[in-house]
Design a protein around this ligand. Structure first.
Ligand SMILES: Nc1nc2c(c(=O)[nH]1)N[C@H]1C(S)=C(S)[C@@H](COP(=O)(O)O)O[C@H]1N2
Ligand SMILES: [Mo]
Length: 201
């Protein structure tokens, strides 16, 4: 049976080749990718907000956020620039914890992630509620590296990794969709790597 070089590498590394989305290749190291520069963050003044279509707007400081119950999930990540990395273990807070505190209104349909420097990313709330989606502050047992989004980033399984905003500062729940930074740049709104939804055109 025909195997691409990329698939062969996955098999040789001992993984099921079905885990590699079309047009991707496996990388061992964890590349760094973002627009702009790594923001300077001070935990003392840092906060995390939930607002929009909620019963109760939330503003949590770092200690309040870090006191919430945690989850640990192992995820594969897929960048639209074609690298994939398997089995990263993230620890953090499931969106459901915050949703419970904030009380999602029935009108809420979309989640807009807001990060430092005005970066945004949009997903249907259902995607954020899915198993495995979390607000992560550790990866593979270590605090997130600065360049990987410390102190807090989104991790959203089943989507290209651009939806997983680094340096996350808040989640807005919205009635209408609001294309994020890369989506306005021409990336596909749905971003399913197995359907190869890379670009909108
Ligand atoms: N704030 C912010 N988050 C971002 C981005 C960005 O430009 N700014 N780029 C996204 C893209 S395209 C990818 S592939 C991942 C890369 O995460 P990593 O650098 O931890 O591998 O971050 C995503 N989150
Ligand atoms: Mo990416």
């Amino acid at each position: 049976m025909f195997r691409s070089k990329a698939e062969k590498k996955v098999i040789d590394a001992g993984y099921d080749p079905a885990r590699l989305p079309p047009g991707q290749y496996l990388t061992e190291k964890w590349p760094v990718l973002h627009a702009g520069s790594v923001p300077h963050t001070e935990l003392e003044t840092w906060d995390f907000r939930v607002w929009g279509e909620v019963e109760q707007e939330l503003t949590l400081d770092w200690q309040q956020l870090a006191a919430l119950p945690t989850v640990e999930v192992t995820q594969d990540i897929h960048c639209v620039t074609r690298w994939s990395k398997f089995d990263l273990t993230f620890k953090g807070i499931a969106w459901r914890e915050l949703e419970t505190l904030a009380g999602q209104k029935p009108s809420a349909r979309y989640a807009i992630a807001h990060a430092e420097q005005g970066f945004t990313a949009n997903v249907p709330i259902a995607v954020l509620r899915a198993e495995g989606a979390l607000l992560a502050y550790e990866a593979d047992g270590e605090p997130l590296g600065l360049e990987h989004g410390w102190p807090l980033r989104l991790v959203i399984p089943g989507k290209y990794f651009w939806k997983s905003a680094k340096w996350l500062r808040g989640i807005e729940l919205s009635v209408s969709d609001k294309p994020g930074f890369w989506e306005r740049y021409g990336y596909h709104n749905d971003a399913d790597p197995f359907k190869e939804q890379r670009y909108a055109f």
